[in-house]
Design a protein around this ligand. Structure first.
Ligand code: MN
Ligand code: MN
Length: 472
């Protein structure tokens, strides 16, 4: 033995190992990623954007194929949308369902503030909108920053109005007020988790009253002015908010961070970084032995619930339909066996080691930004509660191909054991019989309006996902 190089775990900085050509690829890839992050800020917009991309390169609507009773053939590419908010892509492979499928599953929802069903009100010369936060946020991070409004309003006649205000250069933005330090003595004594109560997350919409005749008895003229604007510009009335889905998200754009341009700062990198990198990976699959599947789920941030969440049967039904379209045989055992033979990467981010908060990480089991994709054998909280805890056989199968292809990887836990924890879609995929492993990049400031990732990891993640599709 010459040295310990081959026997000691010591992941290198991906930056240090790459040549100029590779570095250029990393930078170009990240530029595309930043464009992707700016193109859609809600799960609906992201799903729509991905569908546009894949339709352009020949993906066909699986629902149409099912309706026409057509059989699928190797090389064919399909997509399946659920309620405009979750999406599955597949590239049909040469082998049948009995060999199982190669799957990667991410989520496209992100923490945000949703409009309440009856959001609009007027108070003390302002028109405001009440919100209800979605996912795990630190409420204080959402005040005194520019916000945008994205969503859909479904009118009574069934027509859908899209709202997207705050992203364009000449758009107005919205904001939530915070207390001035001069008068914050009491506020700052409170615990950080409640010094901004949920009911304080009220978005400023306007302050100008509607001009009425002098003898008019109308009140709430500032709110009415906003209602008039909404009616004139979007044809929506106050009651239409009851049938709307409006999300308040950060208005600023995804950006390069650092003088060396090595980092990306953006809203919702958890988990659109994995959505984008897995999308890019499957887009490069033209022919493969096994059928490759790319799943973009919704509602992960609130427990993968609901009809578009990973616990719904959207994914499972897709597999059943896929097996039928591949074999013309509706025996449910075919799909069960396919699921059992399938392998999946649960593509989700993990906590990166933050030098400002070293005390929350176990340094020896942490994920470091810039050292490539991070494998999480298990997630969960306390005694691994809520984890799917992958089998070492599967971890070894995956890491051996990463090693063979010279793709940097690291392995870690999400912070110190007793400090908290988190889950992914992994356990729900395991529930239906799929062998699954969590794998994604590290993120700093996770769930904040401006999350930080390393460009080396963005590219490294894409390479790892592509390698998975090509080899597992
Ligand atoms: Mn996530
Ligand atoms: Mn999350």
């Amino acid at each position: 033995m010459k040295d310990f190089k081959d026997i000691e775990y010591n992941p290198k900085s991906y930056w240090e190992t790459m040549n100029e050509e590779e570095k250029k690829k990393v930078m170009e890839f990240s530029k595309d990623y930043i464009d992707f992050m700016n193109a859609g800020k809600t799960e609906r917009e992201v799903v729509e954007h991905i569908v546009d991309i894949v339709k352009n390169v020949g993906y066909e609507d699986f629902d149409e194929i099912i309706k026409q009773g057509k059989k699928l053939v190797p090389g064919q590419k399909i997509y399946s949308v659920s309620n405009e908010k979750a999406l599955i892509l597949a590239v049909i492979g040469e082998s049948g369902p009995e060999k199982g499928f190669s799957m990667i599953g991410s989520h496209v929802d992100a923490p945000r503030l949703d409009f309440k069903p009856l959001p609009l009100y007027e108070d003390s010369s302002f028109a405001l909108a009440k919100t209800h936060y979605y996912g795990g946020i630190k409420k204080y991070q959402w005040v005194a920053i520019p916000l945008a409004m994205h969503g859909v309003v479904v009118k009574n006649d069934g027509t859908k109005v899209r709202i997207r205000i705050g992203d364009k250069e000449d758009d107005p933005v919205f904001t939530i007020s915070d207390l001035l330090p001069h008068l914050s003595q009491e506020q700052l004594k409170k615990e950080a988790s409640n010094f901004i109560p949920g009911e304080n997350l009220n978005v400023f919409l306007g302050s100008m009253p509607l001009k009425m005749d002098e003898d008019s008895k109308e009140t709430n003229l500032i709110k009415k002015n906003i209602l008039r604007y909404l009616y004139d510009n979007y044809g929506i009335r106050e009651m239409d908010f009851a049938t709307a889905e409006i999300e308040v998200v950060p208005a600023f754009k995804a950006k390069d961070v650092g003088l060396d341009l090595s980092l990306v700062g953006a809203y919702a990198q958890d988990d659109r970084i994995c959505a984008y990198t897995s999308l890019r990976a499957i887009l490069e699959i033209e022919k493969s032995e096994k059928t490759c599947i790319c799943y973009f789920s919704d509602k992960e941030e609130i427990g993968s619930v609901g009809i578009t969440g990973a616990r719904s049967n959207h994914f499972e039904t897709f597999i059943y339909e896929l097996c039928y379209a591949l074999t013309n045989d509706s025996n449910p055992l075919i799909a069960r066996r396919a699921l059992k033979a399938s392998k999946m990467l649960s593509a989700d981010v993990t906590a990166g080691f933050d030098p400002t908060f070293p005390e929350v990480s176990d340094k020896t089991n942490a994920t470091y930004l810039g050292k490539g994709v991070s494998i999480a054998k298990y997630t969960g909280a306390r005694g691994k509660s809520g984890a799917s805890d992958a089998n070492p056989e599967f971890v070894a199968e995956f890491t051996s191909i990463l090693n063979k292809e010279n793709i940097p990887w690291q392995i870690g836990e999400m912070g110190k054991i007793d400090l908290g924890g988190g889950g992914t879609i992994a356990q729900y995929m395991a529930d239906i019989g799929i062998e699954v492993l969590d794998c994604g990049p590290g993120v700093l400031s996770m769930h904040s309006p401006f999350e930080i990732t390393s460009k080396a990891d963005i590219y490294g993640c894409y390479k790892a996902y592509k390698c998975f599709y090509e080899n597992i």
